[in-house]
Design a protein around this ligand. Structure first.
Ligand code: ZN
Length: 187
């Protein structure tokens, strides 16, 4: 598993980490919170004012993440982060699993965390759950609802465990769904 790529990705996009005021965390699993720490052990987002995370997942802010604890904003209901993004609780994978919708003139992008973990299997068969889904029936229901919502026009998904480039459209396919990945940017 590769971890820590968010810092390289921000550099590549020309985004200065010191300019970031809000970080939105989908859930408390190690591969989704470790980017808060730089490879040298320092805080990766030195000027962050708010770290959004589901209320059920806040216990992760101990140990090396403890310095961030006073900036945590627990999400317990659908809430606007700003004019263009919204936090939406989707418990199941973890008690505090939360997805984030970002809107622009191009459409709506849903950062869905671990709603789908194995796309080659779970798009065809959304009912398939697995041991890392803490509450499998809740995770299944959340996955079904989000997949159906994402078939609407101008909706896109960004997922931590999707294939490269990690952003796709969801289309109906047979009894399930398929992903149409967006081409990576050129240049
Ligand atoms: Zn996870």
């Amino acid at each position: 598993m590769n971890m820590g790529l968010i810092h390289d990705a921000l550099d590549e996009a020309g985004i200065d980490r010191a300019q970031i005021s809000d970080v939105a965390i989908t859930h408390n699993h190690e591969d989704h919170v470790s980017g808060l720490i730089a490879p040298d052990g320092s805080q990766a987002f030195t000027e962050v004012e708010r770290v959004w995370i589901g209320a059920g997942d806040t216990s992760v802010f101990t140990g090396r993440l403890k310095p961030i604890h006073d900036r945590v904003v627990p999400v317990s209901e659908k809430v606007a982060i700003n004019d263009w993004s919204t936090a939406i609780p989707t418990p199941g994978h973890t008690p505090g699993h939360t997805v984030y919708e970002v809107r622009s003139s191009a459409g709506r992008l849903l950062a869905w965390g671990d709603t789908v973990h194995v796309p080659t299997l779970q798009l065809d068969r959304p009912n398939v759950s697995w041991e890392l889904d803490g509450n499998q029936s809740q995770a299944r229901a959340a996955r079904a609802a989000l997949l159906e919502q994402l078939t609407q026009p101008h909706h896109f998904v960004a997922g931590a465990h999707l294939d490269s480039p990690g952003i796709a459209r969801v289309t109906p396919s047979g009894d399930g769904y398929a992903l149409e990945y967006l081409a990576p940017p050129i240049g």
